[in-house]
Write a protein that binds this ligand. Structure first.
Ligand code: HPA
Length: 290
């Protein structure tokens, strides 16, 4: 019996529901190539592009090899799953994610996260680059994501619900697991890395925000703004994963500095602090295995 059958009873229920049929098809395509059972699923955002070097990789699967899998169009975003170990902790890492602004349906954007859950991952570790809205933040800071605002993008749960994945009306009172938050604080402290904290807001992109939109986000209670992550948080929470997240503040959000924003600036800051980000993520994953 396949792992999907065992764990999620999807085979029968998925019948006739195109979203879940596609998920199952992708799952089967990966499961027939890979026996590895991950504990932690890691989404590598900007700044963690070289993270493969920190993983004792046992197998990779290119997104292209997975039939029906959404493949990113953003330059610099590699597209593959890495299976391996961070010290002794079995992980699956997504090197490259797809974004809503690329034109994918929300259910495709979150398909990889759902797939990693079906493969056995219990913890989802989300990372991203984000614009700093909180005036105390500086470019190059790291922010522990304590909560999220996803109200400006469609929920990935819209459409028929599959009860075996999660409930129709999904509780969102603790998307970011309190114990994992504490683990990240402890880990950062032990490495003497300053860890800011705050709420992440996802907007659709791909354009950056106007100064007025950034002021709106601040009024709504956001500390950092980006174009990913919160939708993944919803899908993973729906499936009962324990979630944690860190944003790399790659720039001050529009209107907080005189400079116009560019993808290049985002990439440059993310690359600059990348090694420190890698250190933090690695130590946190090792602590998750304890
Ligand atoms: N806005 C939205 N997304 C981002 C930003 C930003 O300023 N920086 C990195 N991703």
């Amino acid at each position: 019996m396949s792992r999907a059958c065992e764990n999620w009873k999807l085979e029968a229920e998925g019948c006739g529901n195109p979203v879940y049929e596609k998920l199952l098809k992708c799952y089967r395509s990966v499961a027939e190539k890979v026996e590895f059972r991950p504990k932690v699923a890691l989404v590598l955002g900007s700044g963690l592009g070289n993270y493969a070097e920190r993983i004792r990789v046992v197998q990779t699967v290119d997104y292209h090899e997975i039939e029906g899998f959404p493949v990113s169009t953003v330059p610099g975003h590699k597209g593959r799953f890495l299976f391996g170990y961070v010290e002794e902790v079995p992980v699956v890492a997504m090197q490259g994610r797809v974004h809503y602004y690329e034109g994918y349906a929300m259910e495709d954007v979150v398909l990889p996260v759902r797939l990693m859950r079906l493969l056995g991952a219990e913890i989802l570790f989300l990372t991203n680059a984000a614009g700093g809205i909180n005036p105390e933040f500086a470019a190059g800071d790291f922010m522990l994501i304590k909560d999220q605002i996803a109200s400006f993008v469609p929920s990935p749960l819209i459409g028929p619900n599959l009860e075996s994945l999660g409930p129709r009306f999904c509780d969102m009172s603790e998307v970011y697991d309190k114990d994992l938050q504490e683990l990240l604080r402890r880990t950062a402290k032990s490495l003497e890395i300053t860890l800011r904290e705050g709420t992440y807001i996802q907007l659709t992109g791909p354009n950056f925000e106007t100064p007025a939109e950034v002021r709106m986000c601040r009024i709504l209670g956001a500390d950092a703004v980006g174009m990913s992550t919160a939708c993944e948080g919803i899908a993973a929470n729906h499936m009962g994963m324990r979630i944690c997240g860190i944003s790399c503040i790659s720039n001050l959000a529009c209107g907080l500095s005189d400079q116009p924003l560019s993808h290049q600036e985002v990439q440059e800051t993310a690359d600059r602090v990348g090694p420190l980000f890698e250190k933090l993520v690695t130590a946190a994953i090792i602590n998750m295995g304890k």
